[in-house]
Design a protein around this ligand. Structure first.
Ligand code: NA7
Length: 539
């Protein structure tokens, strides 16, 4: 059935407009995409499910939510005026400030007039005769566009856990990734938090201060490094701003993760025990993601990794007074860094509070949620409010929700049934003129997202301009180029310790999801050298 026939069968669909480009999502990727497309004189329509801009920062409003990349680097670089004028208040920006920044960008670049809020994209169908996409939205309308850009985000599809009885719970249930817009007050309540990834680790200390009692249900202990968050001084901001062009260039071109930092020149086992410990101590005191940057082989060599993991386990034992609780909080089933390392403010110390209990649900699984309690194999824990910090269907979840049909009516979900297959994480064969920003197969979540977003947006903009200048109708990767890229992504991942963890990078947190390491681990610098050479891989 052709695309047009299939649309003709949908009585709600009425084609209302034609654009050069439809962009799905108005987070940091969608906003910058719109800005660049307008700069090319192209017409674009952005659809956004939320009522405002900001993407992941619009949805993740849970208490304690912060970026784990420092504010001066987790920001757009495309406008020097913007980066010189915006004042970040803290080393790690809290969610409300990042959302304010997103709104500032939307206003400053006058983006809102081309964004349709409260509108979900449900379907995109490629018309092979016309080389156009028909895009159907949740308001029942269908528009036509030559290009579709999925700016749907990597951590946008919050995942409700499949726990028996959840629907019978009498109190409020909140998911960290879908938090209400009004502040939630836990004062005097018995709260249960399920999940101890980054969202759980950030929210637990804040909730513990309000709740009469907090029970944390932990399935897997995670490594976490203190953020050492603090206000940024004007001098610190100025020091960064004065060097911004150089810092941004180095972050893009020379760093693996898109974050400007010192590059280690030795491995963990090249230093003696005392020297190594002193270096870990210094990084622990400084705080933040750069802890993992102290040596160059922590992600590659298990023996090297063990030295860092042992150091952090030792810190947990020092901080947590009750030895049994400390032991439970010490991660022991994955190399440090093979799951996204967490950055916290007083997480481990929170378990010294008299109103906080840790329950190990690995050895003692949750059996059922009762109207006012969580039932585990060993007993019931009374709770009046539940916080689910259970994560996302990461990297592919938001794309999979859209019914995307390419050549010969093939759906993207059919094509990706055994795992996502892309060329450079940007396109998928059989889906011409459809781009994914920071898609699976690109550095995306292993990098400073804004660095990767800007690179993809710039590439897509250049690609569209190239095609327009030459009057080309459609483009996609060649099959062998995609096959080679998928194999390369997989091969590089398996030279590291990352695949040893049951992480969302692997799709391991979603029952039934194919377990494939999704992001490209070669680093943003190496990755950046691929696209310009890639034109021969396209048709
Ligand atoms: P994560 O990192 O996926 O963490 C989810 C947590 O929830 C993790 O501890 C899971 O345990 C736990 N979980 C998930 N499902 C269940 C069920 N059914 N029962 C009990 N526990 C469960 O998500 P976050 O939101 O914290 O962070 C995502 C990213 O956002 C983060 O990496 C940063 O990049 C920002 P598990 O480990 O699967 O045993």
């Amino acid at each position: 059935m052709s695309a047009l026939q299939s649309l003709a069968g949908n009585s709600h669909a009425a084609t209302t407009a034609t654009y050069d480009v439809v962009v799905v999502g108005a987070g940091f990727a969608g906003m910058y995409m719109l800005h660049r497309l307008r700069g090319q004189g192209l017409s674009a329509r952005v659809y956004e499910q939320g009522s405002g801009v900001g993407g992941t920062w619009y949805w993740n409003r849970y208490p304690g939510a912060r970026c784990d990349v420092e504010s001066m680097q987790y920001s757009y670089s495309f406008s020097d005026e913007l980066q010189q004028q915006w004042d970040w208040s803290e080393r790690y920006a809290p969610q409300p400030e990042i959302l304010k920044y997103a709104n500032h960008v939307a206003d400053r670049f006058n983006l809102r007039s081309d964004i349709q809020f409260n509108t979900r994209v449900d379907q995109a169908v490629f018309d092979e005769r016309e080389n156009t996409w028909s895009v159907t939205t949740s308001d029942g309308k269908t528009v036509t566009a030559k290009y579709v850009v999925l700016a749907t985000g990597c951590l946008s599809n919050a995942r409700m856990p499949d726990i028996k009885g959840l629907e019978n719970f009498k109190g409020n249930v909140y998911h960290t990734g879908h938090w209400p817009h009004e502040a939630v007050d836990f004062t005097g309540q018995r709260v249960g938090v399920i999940g101890t990834g980054s969202s759980g680790i950030q929210s637990v200390p804040v909730i513990a201060e309000q709740a009469s009692h907090l029970t944390v249900f932990q399935r897997t202990a995670n490594f976490s490094i203190p953020a050492r968050n603090a206000p940024l001084t004007e001098q610190e901001r100025q020091a960064f701003r004065a060097r911004y062009p150089e810092i941004r260039r180095i972050a893009r071109e020379e760093m693996k993760n898109g974050i400007f930092q010192e590059v280690p020149d030795r491995g963990a086992l090249d230093d003696g025990g005392n020297e190594r410990r002193a270096k870990y101590e210094a990084r622990w005191s400084r705080g933040g993601l750069t802890f993992m940057g102290v040596y160059n082989n922590l992600a590659l060599d298990k023996a090297a990794n063990d030295t860092a993991a042992d150091f952090v386990r030792g810190k947990i034992a020092e901080i947590v007074s009750d030895p049994q609780t400390a032991k439970l909080l010490q991660p022991n089933n994955h190399p440090i860094g093979s799951k996204r390392i967490c950055i916290d403010s007083d997480y481990f110390a929170t378990f010294n509070r008299p109103n906080v209990t840790l329950i190990d649900i690995k050895s003692n699984p949750i059996e059922e949620i009762l109207p006012n309690a969580v039932r585990t194999a060993s007993g019931d824990y009374e709770v009046g409010t539940l916080v689910l910090a259970t994560g996302f269907d990461a990297m592919t979840g938001s794309v999979a929700k859209i019914d995307i049909r390419g050549r010969n009516g093939q759906t993207l979900n059919e094509k990706w049934a055994e795992g996502p297959k892309t060329y450079l994480g940007l396109m998928s064969v059989g889906f011409p003129n459809l781009f994914i920003i920071t898609g699976p197969g690109s550095p995306s979540v292993l990098s400073n997202m804004i660095v990767s977003i800007e690179q993809h947006v710039d590439w897509i903009t250049d690609c569209i301009a190239y095609m327009r200048d030459r009057g080309f109708g459609a483009m996609e990767a060649k099959q062998d180029a995609e096959d080679r890229w998928v194999a390369h992504v997989n091969e590089v991942a398996h030279t590291t310790l990352y695949p040893q963890a049951n992480s969302w990078y692997m799709g391991a947190n979603i029952p039934g999801k194919p377990q494939i390491f999704m992001p490209y681990i070669g680093g943003v610098g190496v990755y950046r050298t691929s696209p310009p050479r890639a034109m021969r891989d396209l048709r």
